[in-house]
Design a protein around this ligand. Structure first.
Ligand code: NAD
Length: 367
């Protein structure tokens, strides 16, 4: 099967970090025989500058056809005053919406060499490897009615938490499938004690488990207790599945257990396509970092690890993803540090390009 990839570098540091991913993609082609049909296009401010829109219909159509989209970052001060409808972020939102990417995968993985970066004690986070699956296309961010209305003399802000059974079932299946490839454990988080949508969430996750994944260990936890447990003893978890709002908070909380924004990848997956691969968008969690753009300071690892996720979840190359993650781990263990990773204990400073080259060298050394 051919592997097709659409690369959308975007704005700010996006093109810089993506250039390093390109080196990795070329390495897998040359040294492992895993080749990709790569096309590249514009998104965000870069697309607005050329076409007057943050995502053209042609780029959207291409995104629907490929096996995976790899995105850098969008946005920047130059575009802050644009009308909401053409802001760079609208390009990203359109991709997520039209590809119907309902499962957002946010790993929180603590590389041993960076354990001292966490605000928690080393032994609490060293070796941490958990995955938060956040429902991304429904819930309180989308529910109707919504708005600010007038009631008597005052304004009332309204949002609606709404989940259908099928929306819960499909994201639950994503979590169980993931758990089967990892530690075989899922913890589902909601607020069934105070929200009806939480009661339904808990019921449906349990039903899907009992009918389709009885071999996976399932537990339920209230989301507030989950936040406490994530900071107290995060290594107790394997896969956490939760709704859009709680997932937004819990995935950011979990991410910070591991240190720098420059290290955090993500994947957003949708329904399987005709070839069996899921609709998929991979992107670093960080933004376009205009404060350091164009200076060779950006850490490319978040984007490189996003490509590792693509290898694992779109191209069924779990072993090769692990090979790439091991190369990243080795470079960090050797003390190489972009500026964002430079802690009190120091390290060998490298540029964006230097980090990419070192990871390629570590891949070579690992053959
Ligand atoms: P940001 O993530 O761009 O930057 C926050 C801080 O982290 C900055 O100091 C930045 O220098 C640093 N940082 C981020 N990524 C880094 C990396 N790879 N290496 C080293 N340091 C890194 O968030 P922000 O400053 O709030 O937003 C900047 C722009 O990015 C805004 O226009 C915002 O809308 C946009 N944004 C886009 C996305 C996205 O594309 N998914 C996400 C968040 C923000």
């Amino acid at each position: 099967m051919t592997n097709t990839l659409l690369i959308l570098p975007g704005d700010g540091i996006g093109p810089e970090v993506m250039a390093e991913v390109r080196k990795i993609i070329d390495w897998f082609g040359a040294k492992r025989g895993i080749t990709f049909e790569v096309s590249e296009d514009l998104v965000g401010g870069a697309a607005y500058d050329k076409h007057g829109t943050p995502l053209t219909d042609a780029t959207m159509a291409k995104a629907q056809e490929v096996d995976a989209v790899l995105l850098g970052a969008v946005g920047g001060p130059k575009y802050d005053k644009l009308d909401f409808s053409v802001k760079p972020e609208r390009g990203l939102l359109r991709l997520r919406k039209e590809m119907d990417l309902y499962a957002n995968l946010r790993p929180a993985q603590c590389f041993d060499a960076l354990a001292d970066f966490s605000s928690l004690k080393r032994d609490v986070v060293a070796g941490l490897d958990i995955m938060i699956v956040r429902e991304l296309t429904s819930g309180v961010y989308f529910g109707e009615p919504r708005g600010i209305i007038k009631e008597g003399n005052e304004r009332v802000g309204i949002n609606t938490q709404r989940y259908t059974e099928s929306e819960i079932a499909r994201v639950a299946r994503s979590a169980f499938e993931l758990a089967k490839r990892r530690g075989n454990k899922v913890c589902s988080m909601e607020k069934a004690n105070v929200m009806e949508s939480g009661v339904l969430w808990r019921d449906v996750v349990q039903e899907i488990h009992d009918a389709e994944y009885p071999e996976v260990e399932l537990s339920h936890m209230y989301a507030d207790a989950g936040a406490m447990q994530l900071t107290r003893a995060p290594k107790q978890f394997d896969v956490i599945v939760t709704d859009n709002l709680f997932g937004d908070l819990l995935s950011d909380l979990a991410a910070m257990l591991t240190g720098s924004l420059g290290m955090l990848p993500s994947a957003s997956l949708g329904a399987p396509m005709a070839n069996g691969r899921p609709k998929a968008l991979y992107e670093p969690v960080h933004g376009s970092a205009p404060d350091i753009a164009g200076q060779g300071k950006a850490n490319p690892i978040a984007c490189i690890l996003s490509f590792a996720m693509a290898l694992r979840y779109s191209f069924d190359q779990g072993d090769e993803a692990a090979r790439l993650e091991a190369a990243v781990e080795k470079v960090l263990a050797d003390g190489l540090r972009t500026a964002d990773l430079m802690g009190p204990e120091g390290g060998k400073p490298v540029s964006t390009q230097g980090m990419g080259d070192a990871i390629v060298a570590a891949l070579d050394a690992g053959l």
